[in-house]
Design a protein around this ligand. Structure first.
Ligand SMILES: [Zn+2]
Ligand SMILES: [Zn+2]
Length: 337
C-alpha cells in the first residue's frame, strides 16, 4: 500500500509521513490551510509556498517547509509532489509515488477555474483519494457569472432600499472569490476581522482584491449606507452584526443549492457559489485520473462510492474523523461549502 488509512489520518509507510492528519504526528504534508486539513500540533509541516502564509497566520510559529507546485521531493522511499487543486489559493493535491505506483490525495478540489486559485491540474494515477462533499447529482453549479450577477443585483436593490447586505462567506477562499466578482461601484465593501485578516495575507502574496473597509468597534454603520458586509456565516448570529440594521442576509455556498439548508441557515438569500467540484466536476476529475481504485472521503461517501462502483470503479469509503451518519451535516459546518 502506498497510502494507508489510520486513526491519525492518511499515512505513507514508505515515507513515514501523513497527509492532512487530524491528530498530532511527526511529519504532516498539508493540502491547504482550511482548519479541517491544517491542524495545530504536528512536529513538522510540508506545504506549497502559496499555502504557507495562510498556514502561518492560522497556526502561528510552526516548523513549516515549503515546496513549489510540481517540484519533486524524496521522503524516505517515496517521491512526493504538490499540484494545484483549484480549491482556494495555495491548495494542492498531493501525488505520492512508491516503487512506480502512484496515489493522489485530492484534498478539497474544484475543477472550474476562478481568478484566484491556481487552476486544477488533472493527474494520472493508480489510486485517487477524492473528496466528495457535493457527491450527489443535485449539486450542479451555475456559471460563476450567473451567481455574480445575482449577488450584484441583490446588493444594488438592497442599497437602493436603504438596506445593508450582510453576506456570509468562509474567511479563506470563498470570501475573496465573492470579493473578486463584486461591483465596487454599488457601494462600500465592509469586512469582518476574520475575512480582512485573510485578505491581508493573500494581498501580501500578490492576490488582487477590491478595496475593503475593516469593521472596527468604533465604526458607525450609518456612515456606510448601502454597504455590503462580508463576514464568516457564524458572525451573523452575534452582536457584531446587529449594528447593520436594517439588513438583508445572504450566504454564498454550494449548500445553498438545497432549500432545506437555506431554511436551516435562516438567510434571506442563498447564492450557489462553491469552492468544491460539483457532481459533474467530481465525475470528470475521477475519470481523468485513469485510476481504477477510488477512495472517497468527506460528504456523501456511501452514496458516491456506490455510484462509482456501478460505473466500474473499485471504490471504497475512507474512514475520517467525521464518521457521523449524515456526512453532509458535518461537512456543512466548518469551511466546507
Ligand atoms: Zn478546504
Ligand atoms: Zn476540507
Amino acid at each position: 500500500m502506498v497510502l494507508e488509512f489510520t486513526p491519525r489520518g492518511i499515512y505513507c509507510p514508505a515515507g513515514d509521513f501523513y497527509v492532512d492528519p487530524w491528530r498530532p504526528v511527526g511529519r504532516a504534508l498539508i493540502t491547504h490551510g482550511h482548519a479541517d486539513h491544517a491542524r495545530p500540533g504536528h512536529a513538522h509541516y510540508l506545504a506549497t509556498s502559496a499555502a504557507a502564509p495562510v498556514m502561518r497566520h492560522r497556526l502561528g510559529d510552526i516548523a513549516l517547509e515549503t515546496v513549489g507546485y510540481g517540484e519533486t521531493r524524496r521522503i524516505g522511499g517515496a517521491r512526493v509532489s504538490f499540484h494545484p487543486a483549484g480549491h482556494v489559493p495555495g491548495s494542492a493535491q498531493i501525488r505520492v509515488e512508491v516503487g512506480g505506483e502512484v496515489w493522489v490525495v485530492s484534498g478539497d478540489y474544484k475543477t472550474r477555474a476562478d481568478r484566484l486559485s491556481e487552476p486544477f491540474e488533472p493527474l494520472r494515477c493508480h489510486a485517487f483519494i477524492s473528496e466528495c462533499t457535493f457527491g450527489l447529482p443535485v449539486f450542479k453549479w451555475p456559471a460563476e457569472e450567473e451567481a455574480a450577477k445575482e449577488i450584484n443585483r441583490w446588493w444594488a436593490r438592497n442599497a437602493a432600499q436603504g438596506l445593508f447586505s450582510l453576506l456570509g462567506a468562509y474567511a479563506l477562499g470563498k470570501a475573496q472569490r465573492v470579493l473578486s466578482v463584486l461591483d465596487p461601484a454599488t457601494g462600500p465593501i465592509l469586512t469582518h476581522g476574520a475575512v480582512e485578516a485573510t485578505n491581508a495575507v493573500l494581498r501580501g502574496q500578490g492576490v488582487a482584491l477590491p478595496e475593503t473597509i475593516h469593521v472596527t468597534p468604533e465604526m458607525r454603520a450609518k456612515d456606510y449606507p448601502g454597504a455590503l458586509v462580508l463576514a464568516p456565516p457564524g458572525a451573523f448570529a452575534t452582536a457584531w452584526a446587529r449594528r447593520f440594521r436594517p439588513a438583508e442576509t445572504g450566504f454564498a455556498s454550494g449548500w445553498m443549492r438545497l432549500r432545506g439548508v437555506r431554511r436551516r441557515r435562516g438567510v434571506d438569500r442563498g447564492f450557489v457559489i462553491s469552492d468544491h467540484a460539483d457532481w459533474d466536476g467530481l465525475n470528470h476529475a475521477i475519470a481523468a485520473t485513469g485510476a481504477e481504485n477510488i477512495c472517497v472521503t468527506h460528504g456523501y461517501t456511501d452514496i458516491f462510492a456506490r455510484w462509482l462502483t456501478s460505473q466500474g470503479y473499485n471504490a471504497r469509503v475512507v474512514p475520517t474523523q467525521f464518521n457521523g451518519e449524515d456526512g453532509a451535516a458535518t461537512a456543512e459546518d466548518g469551511e466546507h461549502g
